[in-house]
Design a protein around this ligand. Structure first.
Ligand SMILES: *Cc1c(COP(=O)(O)O)cnc(C)c1O
Length: 361
């Protein structure tokens, strides 16, 4: 059985390409979600997810897209104001979710491609008390990578919980949930885990869960206290997306066989390949600053008078899918999602296709 995509063609930064074997796993017949077969399935998935998250705590499984667990984190955070680090579309969404949940939100915003400087985070936390900090690990709209370990440490030192979106970090980028004592971190199925969209996975520290129990207004469907109580029994609070869980079981077996550290290394190698491609093409560059670049997605800046959106559209005629820039960066950049089960070999094919259309211009 092939465990990776040596000849991948779909390099969107989410959803990512899903291997046929994983799609096929979803055609298994239904099982009751209250019963032994399900509990075995869930327990197996737990074991795999714990390796991915590097934790011994339960990993919560939500039959929602990743934004569901973003909202869950906000709803279960201690009451009080929230500090949101904003450096792109997804970190902006996190702030927006907090406001929509009725929180007072203070935003620290930096230009697209950058990460919020730690000194700025520290100064804001020192200036007044915050209940929680929201941060996006790998900002998929720009390809910028934030040092979540440092942000978590600052938040802790100033008495705030840290809510971490690692939707395009987890399963691709070194993360030590337990060793770094992260309060709350989550991801979605359709990014570096190379599963179809529809599931979100997250884990909360014992301290986060303990305070959540006394936080009012947590709601019901996205209550992490409820998720954790059921996870401990190898169950979910409501009927989960069982077919997606079959796919998750199959994919986690492959991830476990590859080894999480090998998976991190493969992503670093793919990122290095895209960076060297950009450096070999005059006028092209990388939006994110050196030293804070994601290993899963790269926003490539294009020369003046060139359109990132047009490049993305023309690559499609070569049989490859990449993404235009996100939002305001639509023309100035194009994005390659080099995550999940993609390989250096497959990515080489994608970059060659981009070369063909650049020459044909
Ligand atoms: C894709 C993505 C999300 C949103 O995920 P949904 O599954 O669409 O809810 C959130 N944050 C980041 C960083 C993402 O890349």
């Amino acid at each position: 059985m092939t465990r990776l995509l040596e000849d991948g063609h779909f390099f969107l930064p989410g959803p990512t390409e899903v291997r046929p074997e994983i799609l096929a796993a979803m055609t298994r017949p239904m099982i009751p979600h209250r019963g032994e077969a399900f509990e075995r399935l869930f327990a197996g998935i737990q074991a795999g997810l714990k390796l991915v998250f590097r934790t011994t705590r339960p990993v919560l499984v939500s039959s929602s897209s990743a934004t569901g667990l973003m909202e869950a984190g906000v709803r279960c955070a201690p009451s009080g104001a929230i500090l949101s680090l904003v450096n792109g579309a997804f970190s902006e969404r996190f702030a927006h979710v907090a406001r929509a949940c009725g929180r007072t939100v203070e935003v620290l915003e930096v230009p697209l491609g950058e990460t919020v400087p730690l000194e700025q985070v520290e100064a804001a936390l020192r200036a007044k008390p915050f209940a929680a900090v929201t941060v996006v690990h790998s900002e998929t709209s720009t390809g910028a990578l934030t040092d979540i370990r440092a942000v978590q440490e600052l938040a802790r030192r100033h008495g705030a919980m840290c809510l971490i979106d690692s939707v395009t970090g987890m399963a691709a980028t070194p993360i030590e949930t337990e060793a770094w004592d992260l309060d709350y971190i989550f991801t979605g199925s359709q990014k570096a885990l190379a599963l179809p969209p529809g599931l979100a996975f997250g884990t909360a520290s014992a301290a986060f869960l303990a305070q959540a129990r006394s936080t009012g207004g947590r709601g019901l469907y996205f209550d992490l206290v409820e998720f954790e109580a059921f996870a401990k029994k190898d169950q979910t609070p409501n009927t989960p997306a069982i077919s997606l869980l079959f796919a998750t079981e199959a994919q986690l077996a492959a991830v476990t066989a590859e080894g999480i550290e090998s998976r991190w290394a493969r992503h670093a190698a793919m990122a290095a390949l895209v960076r060297s491609w950009a450096s070999e093409h005059p006028g092209y560059g990388i939006l994110a600053a050196a030293g804070s670049r994601a290993d899963t997605v790269t926003a490539v800046t294009v020369p003046e008078g060139t359109s990132g959106k047009e490049i993305a559209a023309r690559v499609e005629a070569e049989g490859y899918v990449i993404a235009p820039g996100y939002g305001k960066l639509r023309e100035r950049t194009f994005r390659i999602g080099h995550m999940g089960d993609h390989t250096v070999r497959g990515l080489t094919g994608c970059l060659a296709a981009i070369d063909r259309i650049l020459i044909a211009r």
